[in-house]
Structures are given as C-alpha cells and as structure tokens.
Design a protein around this ligand. Structure first.
Ligand code: COA
Length: 259
C-alpha cells in the first residue's frame, strides 16, 4: 500500500510506522490521519506482521492535530474530525497485535493521545508530553480526556489538562504515562527487543490479554473477571496452550503457531 505522509516497513514481524511530516513536527493532518488508519488496518490483517512500532520522523513524535486545519472548522466539522480521529486511535488500542509508541520527541495534543492509544509507551530522554489544547481554547478531541486519567489518575490528568503544561520524560515516567525512558540512541532497539519478547509468546494469548484489559477496565470487577475466566477457558482449546504447557514440561522453548 502506498503512503505519502508516513512510512510503513516490515522486518522480523514488526511493522514500523513512522509519521513523516518532520517539517511540521508530524502534525496530524486529515491526510496523515487517513493514512494512519490505513496503516493500522494493514498491520492488523497482514499475516507477516505480529506487532506494531509507531514513531515520528525528525525531532518530534507528534505535535498534535494540524492547527491550520482546525482553525476554520465548524462545530459539525469539529465533531466529525474528532470522531474520525477517535476511530483511528481506537484501532491501535484494540489491535490484537501489540503496539508500542517509541516517543522520540514532543508528543503534544493528538501526539500524546496517539501514544496513549498504543499499548506501551517507551520514551527517549528528550521526549516531552502534554495536552495543550486549553491554550487554544479547546479540549483534546482524540480521547485524551479519557485515556489520560485512566493511565495517570484523575488528579494528575486534570493538572495536565487544565494547565496545558508540558512535562519531560522523567516526569512522564514518574506519573506512569510512559513505561520506560531510554537514551535516544537506544530507543528503537529497546522497543524492538520488547516487541520481540512479546512475539515469542502465543499470539492468541497476547490478543486475549489485550482484549481482557481493554474491555475489563470498563466493566464491574465481577463482569471483568467473568470475561477473564471465559478467555482462560477458551484458550484451553488452542494448540498454543497445549504447546506452551508441553514445552514447559519438556523443558524446552515453546514454538507457537497462533492456532
Ligand atoms: N499544527 C500545525 N503545524 C504545527 C503544529 C501543529 N500542531 N505544531 C508545529 N507545527 C509547525 C509549525 O507551525 C512550524 O511550521 P513552519 O515552519 O511552517 O512555521 C513547524 O511545525 C515547526 O514548529 P515550531 O513551532 O517552529 O517549532 P518549535 O520548536 O519552536 O516549537 C512546539 C515546537 C511543539 C512547542 C510548537 O510547535 C507547538 O507548540 N506546537 C503546537 C502544539 C499544540 O498545541 N498541539 C495541540 C494541537 S490541538
């Protein structure tokens, strides 16, 4: 598939998606958002892809929605734009294949929201995070008001949302917004090693962990653990579960087929 505003490369079962508008700090224009939607769909369906690594070209991860496009939008257009972006980000969040955001620079506004829609966030030491929408007289539109409190708690989320302040990678780690902070030169390698660790596990197990966490967080604990029990039962019928347990008992590494 051809892309103009991002690059899509597959190696060792990892699809690396790189936002590629470096001159505009990878601002999420409508065109880039459209391609991002196509890219995650391509990664989800391709059998040679087992995981997704998302990053930005140049000095930014993503500086947010393209303000030049938002400036003239009507109320109806604004709502439609938010819903379109939310749908794309939800495709990352619900991907049965693990997604990691390699945050190489600023992740502001929609850039931070995109990183939050990925399953994990690994930041370079120079990364910065924030939801500056209040400075523009608006609110986050791509899920930020909901994913941020789920990740860092209500008080910390409201601090970031209401001040519009930018925090550095160390602070993002301290409040639980990112999983790990690494030197810039190691960022992509660290992410690839982490994804390789996941890719060595049973793909059906990964997909069901992701779905249990994603759906369970919005359920009562009783309903959520019932969902977990049904997944636990379901996976008992898979070749992967048989192989995983047999390999343990035979003291050898498991070789999963995803069936
Ligand atoms: N939308 C559109 N263009 C953007 C953008 C955005 N969200 N963020 C950056 N750009 C563009 C700038 O307009 C500039 O383009 P130009 O060279 O044609 O003038 C280019 O990217 C470089 O940005 P610049 O502001 O010159 O870089 P900087 O290092 O001085 O500042 C930021 C970096 C991230 C602090 C600053 O660009 C910024 O505040 N961006 C907006 C962040 C934001 O509010 N995001 C939420 C949007 S809802």
């Amino acid at each position: 598939m051809a892309y103009e505003h991002l690059t899509f490369d597959v190696a060792e079962r990892i699809a690396t998606v790189t936002l590629n508008r470096p001159d505009k700090l990878n601002a999420l224009s409508d065109a880039l958002m459209g391609e991002l939607g196509r890219a995650i769909d391509e990664a989800r369906v391709r059998p040679d892809v087992g995981a997704v690594l998302l990053t930005g070209a140049g000095r930014a991860f993503g500086a947010g929605a393209d303000i030049s496009e938002l400036a003239g939008q009507s109320a109806v257009q604004g709502k439609a734009r938010a819903e379109r972006g939310q749908r794309v980000f939800r495709r990352f969040e619900t991907s049965p294949k693990p997604t990691i955001a390699a945050v190489n620079g600023v992740a502001l506004g929609g850039g931070c929201e995109l990183a939050m829609a990925c399953h994990l966030r690994i930041a370079s030491e120079s990364a910065k995070f924030g939801q500056p929408e209040v400075k523009l007289g608006t609110v986050p539109g791509y899920g930020g008001t909901q994913r941020l409190p789920r990740l860092v708690g209500k008080g910390r989320a409201l601090q970031l949302l209401l001040t519009g302040e930018t925090i550095d990678a160390a602070e993002a780690y301290r409040i639980g917004l990112v999983n790990r902070v690494v030197p810039a030169a190691q960022l992509m390698d660290v992410c690839r090693v982490m994804l390789a660790t996941m890719l060595a596990q049973g793909p059906l197990a990964l997909a069901h962990c992701i779905e249990a966490v994603d759906r369970g967080l919005d359920m009562s604990l009783d309903d959520a653990i019932a969902l977990e029990a049904s997944f636990f039962g379901l996976l008992s019928a898979t070749a992967d579960k048989a192989e995983g347990m047999r390999a343990f008992l035979e003291k050898r590494p498991a070789s999963f087929s995803g069936a």
